[in-house]
Design a protein around this ligand. Structure first.
Ligand SMILES: [Ca+2]
Ligand SMILES: [Ca+2]
Ligand SMILES: [Ca+2]
Length: 755
């Protein structure tokens, strides 16, 4: 005989995802799934069969996250209405529930609050009433920059709009003399981004080692941001991106191909957490920024020009120049045209109770050096970098060196001895830049990182940094020579030699000739170190400088001139060796484009101007895979061949113009038309293998690619396209043109999509 089951006390539950998502600023992620921010109540409606009276009945709620939830780790919380739950005395991160004023006996409306220290991630809520238990629902808890008790609290709404909610960004690249910008589509609120980012947390090494501890530690943005910086690169773990700093880029895309994070993250997720090929620093940083913004940690992308990579952690970039015929010492330090990392906003109560190190923290996901055995970097407080507090967590010395290492040039003599021929304390770290709030303008934030070059304060901080760094690592001697000897030993140590294929080539064998420098000339003779045992008398002053005749456009011959001037009273007979090299942005010379030697006489008190032409036919092949042209002039005084002068300039070619626009009004789910125009700027060459790709979150779900016909010299190309936007708001459409001669020429336009 069939017997009907006893009637349940629960009639139904509504998590109100739509209204909650707007109040929790998660509506861009989803209005169907409950996604809330900690430290803020959300509304939950429970329909019951018997009138609920809190004076007579007890509603017990349990919140759980992770595999092994416990109260003492804040991953299990017992609470309810009235709050009579028997909690463990060691319970942390306790949730609470209050009856809403519109609650009625049969429709119980609860305001549930996860505390501001809740571990972020997926949570399950269950409810118990009158001996019956039921799953209330599943929800995702994120960080809350709107909540004053959250460590990621950001006071200014405009800043939150930029650093958490803005899905479009700008990344600055190029070189210190030619700063360029590119649009970057963060797409942090695209489909599956919650799954992607939480999967990333679950795959991290610390989770593998101790899942309970790892899930519990997700309450802490310091911990989580460090984990994310490790998971963006594929070293050590199942991280997102494989780095590569030179061809061949087999089985993947060139790093310059990407215009946004989402295609990379989605690909990584869809292929089962295998690394996506390939990234370089701005790609690593762009992807990390998307993950941080999705999690609710304010984050921005930052570019540093003339960025040092201090391989042996001595805060000095050593460069070795060959004396005649001597092969210079292999050098693992390098200076990159630029380097890109992210800053994330959070408190640092682990470093100071008074909040001295709260605020922006540097995190660098590009795999450069291991930190505590893993390729990750940060969070390093920007305030600690400014004051040279190199003894503080995490990785402050490495970031300090990136923005303010001193450079020492050594001349290696035939007997192996070294002479300090040049020291430059002002070369590293310029134009540290991020996107402005609310506009695409560049914002120079160098003053956040260091005092102005040339000031006493800058030297004071550098000395403080050196002292603290070495007292921390138990090194007794801190004078420069001692530092150099010590770093040679470190070069041989295992950590510095262990290099994986995908690492930046700064770890590779260096070229014989290492010539880097300022745009203006610098002398490579004469000792400026009074304590140096070998001293050479100072040479007569000569200045050298490169000047552009016209802007260096890719597709046209590049014309510049070298201007020399001497203050000496006699005519000087000079031998001038000018070389042009195709160089990658990490300073690695890829190929020599041309060299020429000229003999000239320099008249006293008069400028000598030497024209230099680099024809397109000479540079276009070597430059296809390179980022800049390094033009260097090595000038020797024929009478006194020891007097040598060096001038170096990094030239970044300006891409030929391409334009994109939409030609009809844009509305969600309606076709929008547009047009791309590009002209072949080369008079002698047909462009072959032409493709055009389109991307833009909110506008098209997948990247679209069109193959085009060959483009004759000086011919113009018109491409008409259409797409159907799926999100409203101000979106950015990016097009990327590729052919045999030009790589990844990008253009973008804003598309204002009406709902
Ligand atoms: Ca990794
Ligand atoms: Ca070094
Ligand atoms: Ca400096």
């Amino acid at each position: 005989m069939a017997r009907s089951a006893p009637e349940s006390v629960f009639r139904g539950v509504d998590l109100n995802p739509m209204s909650n998502s707007f109040l929790h600023h998660t509506n861009e992620i989803s209005v169907d799934q409950l996604i809330v921010r900690r430290g803020q109540p959300f509304k939950l409606t429970l329909n019951v069969a018997q009138p609920f009276n809190p004076k007579l009945h007890q509603l017990h709620i349990t919140a759980k996250t992770g595999e092994i939830p416990t109260e003492k780790q804040g991953t299990l919380s017992l609470f309810g209405v009235p709050d009579v739950s028997t909690r463990s005395p060691s319970a942390i991160a306790v949730w609470k529930a209050d009856l809403h004023k519109y609650s009625s006996p049969l429709t119980v409306i609860l305001m549930v609050t996860p505390p501001a220290v809740t571990p972020v991630g997926r949570w399950n809520l269950t409810v118990k009433l009158g001996g019956e238990e039921m799953l209330l629902g599943k929800l995702v808890v994120l960080y809350n920059p709107w909540c004053p008790d959250d460590w990621v609290y950001l006071k200014d709404e405009k800043e939150i709009n930029e650093y958490v909610l803005n899905e479009q960004g700008v990344i600055f690249k190029g070189s210190n003399n030619y700063i360029s910008s590119m649009d970057w589509d963060f797409g942090q609120f695209e489909e599956q981004m919650v799954d992607i980012c939480l999967t990333m947390l679950d795959l991290n090494l610390k989770h593998e080692k101790d899942p309970a501890d790892d899930v519990s530690a997700r309450c802490n943005p310091i911990y989580v941001s460090r984990v994310v910086s490790a998971m963006i690169n594929c070293q050590d773990d199942r991280g997102v991106l494989m780095g590569r700093w030179g061809p061949p880029y087999i089985g993947g895309h060139l790093p310059s191909h990407w215009s946004g994070s989402y295609p990379i993250l989605r690909r990584w997720f869809n292929i089962g957490a295998y690394p996506v090929k390939y990234g370089q620093c701005w790609v690593f940083a762009g992807v990390m920024c998307s993950v941080m913004r999705l999690l609710g940690i304010p984050c921005r992308v930052v570019s540093n020009f003339e960025s040092a990579h201090d391989n042996n952690a001595n805060l000095v970039i050593d460069e070795y120049h060959a004396d005649y015929g001597v092969r210079p010492k292999a050098n693992h330090d390098s200076i990159w045209n630029y380097h890109v990392w992210v800053e994330a906003w959070m408190r640092r109560p682990d470093l100071a109770e008074d909040g001295a190190f709260d605020g922006w923290q540097v995190l660098d996901p590009t795999p450069q050096e291991k930190s505590a055995g893993v390729y990750c970097c940060g969070p390093a407080p920007v305030k600690a970098i400014l004051s040279g507090e190199t003894d503080l967590k995490y990785d402050v010395p490495f970031v300090f060196a990136e923005v303010n290492a001193d450079c020492i040039d050594w001349l290696v003599k035939a007997d192996g001895s070294k002479v300090n021929i040049f020291s430059d304390s002002a070369r590293v770290g310029h134009n540290i830049s991020t996107k402005s709030i609310g506009s695409k303008e560049r914002w120079n934030i160098t003053d956040n990182y260091k005092y102005r070059e040339g000031t006493d304060k800058e030297r004071e901080v550098y000395n403080n940094a050196i002292t603290k760094h070495y007292s921390k690592t138990d090194d007794e001697e801190t004078d420069k020579n001692a530092v150099i000897e010590e770093d040679q030993e470190e070069d041989e140590s295992e950590d510095n030699v262990a290099v994986e294929d995908e690492d930046p080539p700064s770890d590779e064998e260096e070229d014989d000739e290492i010539e880097e420098g300022n745009e203006t000339g610098r002398e490579t003779t004469g000792s400026i170190d009074a304590e140096n045992p070998i001293s050479i008398s100072p040479p007569p002053p000569v200045t050298m400088q490169f000047e552009k005749v016209s802007p260096p456009r890719n597709g046209k011959d590049v014309r510049l001139k070298l201007v020399l001037r001497s203050e000496s009273s006699s005519v000087r007979s000079l031998s001038i060796n000018i070389s042009v090299q195709a160089t990658r942005y990490n300073g690695f010379p890829a190929m020599t484009i041309q060299t020429e030697v000229k003999d000239k006489r320099l008249q006293p008190g008069r400028d000598l101007s030497i024209p230099i032409t680099v024809p397109f036919s000479a540079y276009h092949k070597p430059m296809v895979d390179c980022d800049s042209m390094k033009v260097s002039a090595l000038v020797k005084d024929k009478k006194t061949p020891y007097n040598t002068y060096l001038a170096v300039d990094d030239i970044v070619l300006i891409d030929p113009p391409i334009s994109v626009k939409v030609t009809t009004a844009a509305k969600v789910n309606q076709s929008v038309k547009g047009e791309v125009i590009f002209m072949n700027p080369v008079t002698t060459e047909m462009l072959t293998n032409c493709t055009l790709s389109f991307s833009g979150t909110g506008l098209m779900k997948n990247e679209a690619e069109i193959k085009l016909q060959d483009l004759k010299p000086y011919n113009r190309l018109h491409v008409y396209f259409s797409f159907v936007p799926y999100k409203s708001g101000k979106k950015t459409l990016v097009v990327d043109f590729d052919c045999s001669t030009f790589r990844d020429i990008k253009a973008s336009c804003i598309v204002n999509v009406q709902p």
